[in-house]
Design a protein around this ligand. Structure first.
Ligand code: FES
Length: 110
């Protein structure tokens, strides 16, 4: 398979119920992962443009659901399934969805 232009790493880390940090899976990241896969596939982008992968904790738990976009090297945070079409459109157009990009203040919180 060819190397894709971008790789999206979706955190699917789990923690015990009641854990202070929570987890991206508890916030719905597995549904987001599946929706991204389906929508990129439907657009014909999955084989050449972008591959969606699962990840363990990206250490941005307070901003979960978290997605690391490489090689652009930024995080999307607080992502919901409703955001997926906009993220896919951004991959098509080459533009980030700025409202979802974690800021340096977000990153400092971890
Ligand atoms: S649990 Fe997802 S970033 Fe930590």
């Amino acid at each position: 398979m060819p190397q894709r232009e971008r790789y999206l790493f979706v955190c699917i880390n789990r923690r015990d119920e009641g854990h202070a940090k929570g987890s991206c899976t508890a916030r719905g990241s597995e549904d987001i992962y599946r929706a991204l896969k389906e929508q990129l596939n439907a657009c014909g982008l999955a084989r050449v443009e972008a591959r969606v992968c699962t990840s363990s904790c990206l250490d941005q738990c307070s901003s979960g659901v978290c997605i690391l976009v490489e090689p652009d090297h930024f995080f999307y945070g607080r992502v919901t399934v409703a955001d997926v079409p906009e993220i896919v459109e951004g991959i098509v157009s080459g533009a980030r969805v700025e409202r979802l990009v974690l800021t340096s203040e977000d990153l400092a919180k971890g």
